[in-house]
Design a protein around this ligand. Structure first.
Ligand code: NAD
Length: 461
């Protein structure tokens, strides 16, 4: 029997005010598909002599507070082993991976999604269909009509639909273990802090907040409530970018010298919150430019020591009364890598990066959309360059990201992109703005540890 999930964490995770007793949980999970198998797994676990070492114990992460003699539950083989299908493609063709092994509905982490705008309706709610460990069980919106419609579409119970005024009542919904905050940036801090006080784990969209101070208060609130906090950096849960990170860190093309990254799009609708400073925090930089910044930090695992930035907005353009149009900036890293980045709300869509190394280069273009990423490398081979196009199947980035967070909740692990990762980006963005204001480079706090702000690398992307 393969230990995948520690369900007991969900039941008895220390101070969780919404925690069900093991008996209550068994009653709930006793229904449905996995009834017999799961119940017998729990029954087998009743014997303390069968206790297995938890992942948290093995990694030294802070241990969950399980009652004495409560061993971790396991997913039985019937559910956890991939179903084997007969081969239909020649060995030379790209093969399908193992069949997915989703957890039964009753064993997944339940999410409340807050804010029913573009990202939620077009990406996040559909992505639950591709999730293996996460399910949507509640919605929060300011529009009763939208709530009713979306709830019907995704099978959410009427009593699990909340207005913003009722948000704190999530506390009393035991099905909700995590809250996914998909609101304007300026609302992230308030809703994270209130969500943690309601006893829920928080997955927060990027940018984490409007200021480093807000980010710190979100981290503090989640720590105080003993809840997990993760920033939804989908790129760090995506297979193309993971492959580039591996190439960079293994120095497959020698030492990295520089990285050039761009993420911009022509935006419209000056009345949208993205053009209001209080709700957006800034313009193109925290919205789309952040992808360049965060992805480069992810690829290198290093932190910049100095930045220099330039900000420009077209005069009299009604979109840029409160927030900036475009930002160009440079970052210096301890290894000597220099990164040059650009972002804009004023030019036609362009989203890519190129990593320049001693004996080759790596190019991803496009790099930052939800699907259709293209990865190409060039390697010097004698007098010729070997150009390779890497065919990697798209994965739903939101599904892998949510499942990672669910796994962290179930196994009591630090998320790969915890609040500290979002805080670091915010500090760097503030330094870029400061540099542009003052017209000189700005030094950043030196960080020598690699991946200093991240948890354990996700097993699966
Ligand atoms: P959106 O404008 O489409 O949706 C925002 C939602 O918040 C709407 O339903 C709106 O009604 C609601 N809302 C509540 N209070 C509001 C207020 N006071 N003013 C305005 N709207 C209010 O925005 P979106 O594109 O869905 O972005 C939401 C969040 O997701 C942002 O933080 C954004 O940066 C992030 N985002 C992330 C990605 C990604 O790829 N990870 C992509 C897009 C957006």
């Amino acid at each position: 029997m393969k230990p995948i999930v520690r369900l007991m964490n969900l039941l008895t995770d220390g101070t969780a005010p919404e925690g069900l007793s093991r008996q209550e949980f068994l009653k709930t999970t006793g229904r449905g598909l996995a009834l017999g198998a799961i119940s017998s797994a729990f029954a087998a676990c009743d014997n303390p002599s069968e206790t297995k070492t938890s992942t948290a114990a093995k990694t030294g992460a802070s241990a969950p507070k399980l009652p004495a003699g409560s061993p971790p539950a396991e997913v039985p083989d019937e559910v956890s082993k991939p179903i084997e299908l007969e081969q239909i493609k020649a060995k030379t063709e790209q093969q399908e991976g193992p069949t997915p092994t989703p957890l039964p509905e009753d064993m997944r982490v339940g999410y409340a999604v807050v804010g029913l705008g573009h990202l939620t309706l077009n990406q996040i709610l559909p992505a639950f269909g591709a999730c293996k460990k996460s399910k949507v069980v509640a919605l929060v919106s300011g529009s009763p009509d939208k709530l009713k419609k979306v709830a019907a579409q995704y099978g959410i119970k009427p009593e699990s639909c909340y207005s913003y005024a009722d948000y704190d009542k999530l506390r009393d919904n035991p099905e909700v273990k995590a809250i996914y905050i998909v609101l304007p940036n300026g609302m992230h801090a308030e809703y994270t802090i209130r969500g943690a006080k309601a006893g829920k784990h928080i997955l927060c969209e990027k940018p984490m907040a409007n200021t480093a101070q807000e980010c710190q208060s979100m981290i503090d609130a989640c720590k105080k409530a003993n809840r997990k906090l993760m920033v939804a950096y989908r790129i760090q849960y995506e297979p193309h970018h993971r492959m580039v990170r591996d190439m960079v860190q293994k120095e497959e093309f020698g030492k990295i010298k520089s990285i050039v990254a761009n993420n911009g799009q022509n935006s419209d609708n000056p009345s949208h919150w993205r053009f209001k400073k209080a709700l957006a925090g800034g313009g193109s930089l925290p919205d789309v430019g952040l992808y360049c910044l965060n992805t480069i930090r992810y690829l290198l695992g290093e932190e910049p020591t100095e930045v220099v930035g330039y900000v420009h907005s077209t005069p009299n353009d009604p979109r840029f009364k409160e927030v900036e149009e475009q930002v160009n900036w440079l970052m210096k890293f301890p290894s000597g890598v220099q990164a040059s980045c650009a972002t804009s709300y004023g030019h036609h869509e362009d989203r890519n990066y190129k990593v320049l190394a001693e004996t080759g280069w790596i190019r991803m273009d496009p790099a930052f959309p939800y699907t259709g990423l293209k990865l190409e490398t060039s390697q010097a081979q004698g007098k010729e360059n070997q150009l390779t196009q890497h065919n990697i199947a798209d994965k739903d980035q939101f599904a892998t990201e949510m499942d990672h967070f669910s796994e962290c909740i179930m196994e009591d692990k630090v998320p790969f992109t915890p609040g500290e990762e979002g805080l670091q980006d915010q500090k760097i963005m503030e330094a870029i703005y400061q540099s542009a204001r003052e017209g000189k480079p700005v030094k950043l706090e030196s960080v020598s540890k690699k991946d200093a702000f991240r948890g354990e690398l996700p097993k699966e992307v």
